[in-house]
Design a binder for this molecule. Structure first.
Ligand code: CA
Length: 231
C-alpha cells in the first residue's frame, strides 16, 4: 500500500484530502507544519509528498528543497492561488506537479496516480516507453507514431525523448531548456517555443488543439499520455 505524507495546515483542505485518500485506499500521514513534516518524512518513508506552500512555520518551498536533496519521491505542491512565480519556483526546487485550490478530489487523485506511476516506471530501466500512440525505443533512438517512425532532427528527438521520460509532469521552460539544450540556454524561450511548434505538427492530430504537449500558461509544458489528465 502506497503511503502519502500530507503537509497542510488548512483544515478544510486537510479534511478533503483525508476523506479522499481514505476512500481510495491510500495510507497517509499528516503534518500541519514544516518542522514536523521533515521528521515524519524521515520516520515514515512515504511514496509521495503533498505540500502546501504556505505553512505556519515557514515556506513549503524550503521543505521541497530539503526533501529533494535526499529523495526522489514525487512531490505535489498545493497552492492557494494560481501564482505562476510560486509554482515555477516550486518546480525548479524539485517539485513534480502542482494543484491549485480549490481543486476536485478527482483531479487530485489523477495527479497522485500519475505521479506514483511515473515513479514506479522510472525505477525500471526500460528499452521502450509508450505514451498514447507514441513509442520511444531508446537503444535505436527511434520514436514512432502509430507504428511509423517519425523523422526528427537531433534536437526534436532530444526534446520529445525528454517529454516521454517525464510524462504527466509539469516541466518549467527553464528545466526543459537546461535538460535538452544544456546549461546556459535556460532563458532561450524562443528556441523552446519553436521546437514545440514543430513537434506538435509532427505528433498532434490538430497542432492548435494539442493532446500531447499541453501548454501550462506562464509556467511551461506538460506532456500527457492517453488524455487521462483532462481537467
Ligand atoms: Ca496553508
Amino acid at each position: 500500500m502506497k503511503k502519502i505524507l500530507i503537509v497542510e495546515d488548512d483544515q478544510a483542505v486537510k479534511k478533503l484530502l483525508e476523506t479522499a485518500f481514505r476512500e481510495y485506499g491510500f495510507n497517509f500521514v499528516l503534518s500541519e507544519n514544516k518542522k514536523n513534516a521533515m521528521m515524519m518524512f524521515l520516520t515514515h518513508n512515504p511514496d509521495l509528498l503533498i505540500v502546501d506552500l504556505g505553512l505556519p512555520d515557514g515556506d513549503g518551498k524550503d521543505l521541497i528543497k530539503e526533501v529533494r536533496d535526499i529523495s526522489k519521491i514525487p512531490i505535489i505542491v498545493v497552492t492557494a492561488r494560481h501564482d505562476e512565480k510560486e509554482i515555477v519556483a516550486s518546480l525548479d526546487k524539485g517539485a513534480d506537479d502542482y494543484i491549485t485550490k480549490p481543486f476536485s478530489v478527482n483531479e487530485l487523485l489523477a495527479r497522485v496516480r500519475a505521479n506514483l506511476r511515473r515513479n514506479i516506471d522510472g525505477e525500471k530501466l526500460k528499452e521502450t516507453i509508450t505514451c498514447g500512440e507514441l513509442e520511444l525505443n531508446l537503444p535505436s533512438r527511434n520514436i514512432s507514431l502509430k507504428g511509423e517512425i517519425l523523422k526528427l532532427t537531433p534536437i526534436e528527438y532530444e526534446l520529445l525523448k525528454y517529454f516521454l521520460l517525464n510524462t504527466n509532469k509539469t516541466l518549467t521552460h527553464k528545466q526543459i531548456l537546461k535538460e535538452v539544450w544544456g546549461a546556459g540556454y535556460q532563458n532561450e524561450m524562443q528556441y523552446l517555443r519553436t521546437y514545440v511548434n514543430t513537434l506538435r505538427k509532427k505528433i498532434e492530430q490538430n497542432s492548435t488543439r494539442p493532446n500531447y504537449i499541453k501548454t501550462e500558461s506562464g509556467i511551461g509544458y506538460r506532456f500527457c499520455c492517453g488524455f487521462l489528465e483532462e481537467k
